[in-house]
Design a binder for this molecule. Structure first.
Ligand code: HPA
Length: 276
């Protein structure tokens, strides 16, 4: 198999033959429930993941699996409608391939959203949280293996992975449209099992406010490639052991659905005000 750079270039060239050379301002990876935002892009062009050479195959039944390129709030954006998760069995290098392709396409700004379990007991189900930092205690890392020097350095700093500038922007926009926006730390768990109550207590001791099964690999790849990142989590459920009832995916979907409109309004406002 050819090297990473060649595979990325092949994928990016295919996308370019469809969307042309016009600059794209923001890449977006939208978590559960927010994919509908992709339907609201103006002048949208849709590309199925399965048609992009070297792109991973989505294993989630009924998942859209499409790149949608269009305009939102006056900005040209590329939305990943459907993402790749570690728990699907992909290795981390595969999970981050689309982020690296965005970089090759000239995208330097990334907005990532996700559904998360709320660890912070002062907060509530349905709250939105801008991610200030993350914790990943599992040893795997998407940049493990040969370094692609043209994307970034072998060793790279993670102390500014979640842009202060964009976090401030998110808070300003939330204030403007009257949405409460928390800020906190997201801890990555591989899934697909939800955490145990003991793991959630451990996450709290670690300093985490939320737990989830996505985002962190992509943010590491984005930071490696010097992309500026904004991450926002929706607390779809209180994490395991906080309430007496067991967790289930239905609850995650229902809260996602309930908060969707607020979340979308916030993302719209942020993209509108987002300076390059
Ligand atoms: N844990 C991990 N991932 C999640 C959760 C959770 O409680 N809720 C939504 N995604």
């Amino acid at each position: 198999m050819s090297g990473l750079k060649e595979r990325l270039q092949e994928s990016a060239s295919y996308v370019k033959t469809i969307i042309g050379d016009k600059e794209i301002s923001i890449g977006m990876i939208l978590g559960s429930g927010l994919g509908v935002l992709a339907n609201e892009l103006e002048h949208a062009i849709t590309i199925d993941y399965k048609d992009i050479p070297n792109f991973p195959a989505s294993t989630v039944p009924g998942h859209a699996g499409q790149l949608v390129i269009g305009e939102l709030g006056g900005k040209r954006v590329m939305v990943m409608n459907g993402r790749f998760h570690y728990y699907e069995g992909h290795d981390m290098q595969t999970v981050v391939f689309p982020v690296q392709m965005m970089k090759i396409l000239g995208i330097n700004q990334l907005l990532i959203t996700n559904a998360a379990g709320c660890v912070n007991t002062s907060w509530s189900q349905g709250d939105l949280m801008v991610i200030s930092d993350h914790i990943k205690l599992i040893s795997d890392n998407p940049m493990r293996g040969l370094n692609e020097d043209s994307l970034g350095d072998r060793f790279f700093d993670m102390s500014t992975a979640y842009s202060k500038r964009l976090r401030n922007l998110a808070h300003t926009c939330a204030g403007k449209i009257g949405v409460t926006l928390r800020e906190g730390i997201y801890q990555f768990f591989a899934g697909p099992s939800f955490e145990t109550p003991a793991e959630v207590r451990f996450a709290r001791l670690c300093g985490a406010d939320a737990v989830g099964m996505s985002t962190v690999p992509e943010v590491i790849a984005a930071q490696h490639a010097s992309m500026e990142v904004l991450g926002i989590s929706c607390m779809t459920n209180m994490a395991a052991g906080i309430l007496s009832q067991p967790l289930n995916h239905q609850e995650v979907l229902e809260t996602g659905e309930r908060v969707k409109h607020t979340f979308i309004s916030l993302v719209r406002e942020i993209v509108k005000e987002w300076e390059q």
